[in-house]
Ligand binder design. Sequence first.
Ligand SMILES: [Zn+2]
Length: 199
Amino acid sequence: MKPKRALLIVDMQNDFCPGGALGVKQGDKIIPKINKYIKTFSQNKLPIFASRDWHPKETRHFKKFGGVWPVHCVQKTKGAAFHPKLKLPKDSILLYKGMDPGQDSYSVFQAEDAFANGFMQLLKKLGIQEIYIAGLATDYCVKYTAMDAINKGFKIKILVDAIKGVNLKPNDSKEALDFLTKVGAKKLILKQLEDELCS
Ligand SMILES: [Zn+2]
């Protein structure tokens, strides 16, 4: 029996795209590809999750309160909104993370939906066994989410043509991907997806 799959789009928000408070270089360039993944998952009637960094004004995640990051993705601001080119279907499941002012919350497993259902709880309810991950950023939220997923027993596919990294150090994204494949994640590109979904 084939495992039940879901697509997870991580933090495709204005502040993480060029021009945003914490813009990932070429972060917006992956959006057309993500939209194609969205279309394929929709056509196959598979669930689509989209996470958002959703910080309070004061959190120790920000540099001015002791963290490492400039202020970004503050709740209900334009920076926290999804990038306007992202074509999320109406029935996507939206997840919010980073609300706790005492935590960085890089992993989507620390996120919840609008009704306070945790990501893990939602995956269990839908019977998901395999998660396909796209979005930002390879070396932070994608990495920590994939690590958590593997530790919790999920299969992970990293959509390598639909992710981008921050690269505070130039090799951070490459090292993140090398590490994830070592612990069991598989890399995938769009043209391999149809075969995957038909297998
Ligand atoms: Zn953040």
